[in-house]
Write a protein that binds this ligand. Structure first.
Ligand SMILES: Cc1cc2nc3c(=O)[nH]c(=O)nc-3n(C[C@H](O)[C@H](O)[C@H](O)COP(=O)(O)O)c2cc1C
Length: 371
């Protein structure tokens, strides 16, 4: 398939993923955990409306944050869950209304591992840890060996109810990010040690998911460019992980950074000037031909066009900007340079900025946000 490469129009250019699926433009709504599930893992009307509004807003691909593959390890009580107990009709409604206007809609397959929400779970990561007031149990080799099947079951369910792809969450300090990180992963078996070994479970999960969803269904992944945490995943190891991913059947790699580990920096709480991970994306571009999304700190059409025209990335990922203005893609795609103003907070508590955006998501889903 060939498309014109007029730079001014680059935001509007469709792109074909390795599996053959086409994303209609270069704007991706990055995953945001919205806490709008019904508490039993199923979608609510407000959640369905939230994703419908984003699809109306013109984006090419919309990713639903933190859709759990195992109900025992949620990031929050309001997460969606893809399991045998799921309400298939409600999930089908979500998938169909969130994909109006030609938008792709992918659940982000999550498992919080050692960062599982303690009031309702017993956190368990790659290794048992007790550091800086943080505690979790470690997974046995058998528990690790069943992860590919758990992710594969969730991916099949996602496909069956009408989602148009899936993203595997391996960023921000949750389970698969913990496997990548020497800080969390102290395993002495085949899943710990070198970066190849720390990547092993991810490669196995991708292979298993691919074997059940077929060659034409998009599978993406979100990974950190670094954990920005002492002892965590470094940039060098993250680039090595991309080299390894390049040899898998993954269709789209989203680059992010930071962690929700207590006391660490997360990019959704970050107030420094963006975009954040462009330099890393340029390095990643040199070592993989798999399409990339870079996410973090984008606020303007100009920044997005620069990232695309400099060939640093194939897609631009937006999170907070699309909370502040769900219609932003329509503006940018039609050439209107509307810019969002990220609110400033005086000394917010850790997680406070992200929590503010989460509340705003509820208002959008109820069609009553402040304009
Ligand atoms: C309210 C909120 C919830 C988020 N939840 C998730 C999530 O579930 N999964 C994820 O990968 N990232 C999550 N993020 C991070 C974003 O996807 C994104 O990586 C980060 O906010 C930086 O992009 P931005 O500067 O465009 O906001 C969340 C961000 C916000 C603001």
């Amino acid at each position: 398939m060939t498309y014109s490469t007029n730079h001014d129009n680059l935001l509007n250019q469709p792109l074909e993923l390795p599996c053959g699926a086409v994303i209609k433009n270069r704007l991706v709504k990055s995953a945001m955990s919205d806490s709008l599930g019904n508490g039993e893992g199923d979608p609510t009307n407000a959640q369905i409306r939230l994703y419908e509004r984003w699809a109306e807003g013109g984006l090419g691909l919309s990713i639903i944050g933190e859709v759990q593959v195992d109900p025992n390890f949620p990031e929050k009580p309001g997460n969606l869950v893809l399991s045998a107990d799921s309400d298939l009709n409600a999930l089908h409604s979500l998938a169909s209304r969130a994909s109006i206007n030609g938008a792709h809609i992918w659940p982000q397959l999550g498992h919080a591992g050692g960062l599982s929400y303690t009031p309702i779970s017993h956190p368990k990561g790659p290794s048992a840890l007790n550091i800086d007031g943080f505690q979790c149990a470690g997974m046995s080799e058998t528990e690790v060996s069943v992860l590919p099947d758990i992710y594969a079951r969730a991916a099949v369910l996602a496909k069956d109810v009408g989602f148009t792809g899936v993203q595997i969450h391996a960023g921000h300090g949750f389970l698969l990010s913990q496997f990548l990180s020497p800080l969390f992963n102290r395993r002495k078996d085949q899943y710990g040690g070198t970066i190849e070994a720390r990547c092993r479970i991810i490669v196995e999960i991708i292979a298993k998911v691919r074997s059940v969803v077929g060659a034409e269904f998009p599978i993406g992944i979100k990974i950190n460019s670094s954990d920005q945490l002492e002892g965590g995943l470094t940039q060098e190891d993250a680039l090595e992980a991309i080299r390894i991913l390049d040899k898998t059947s993954i269709d789209l790699i989203e680059l992010s950074g930071g962690s929700y580990f207590p006391g660490a920096i997360s990019s959704s709480d970050c107030s420094t000037k963006g975009p954040y991970f462009i330099d890393f994306a340029k390095k990643a571009k040199n070592i993989t031909s798999i399409p990339l999304v870079v996410t973090g700190g984008f606020k303007t059409r100009g920044q997005s066009l620069n990232a695309l025209t400099s060939n640093s990335t194939d897609f631009v990922g937006l999170a907070r900007a699309l909370v502040l203005d769900p219609e932003l893609p329509n503006d940018w795609l039609s050439g209107v340079d509307s810019e969002v103003e990220f609110p400033r907070f005086e000394t917010p508590p850790q997680g406070g900025i992200t929590a503010w955006y989460t509340m705003y998501l509820t208002a959008i889903g109820n069609d009553n946000e402040k304009k």
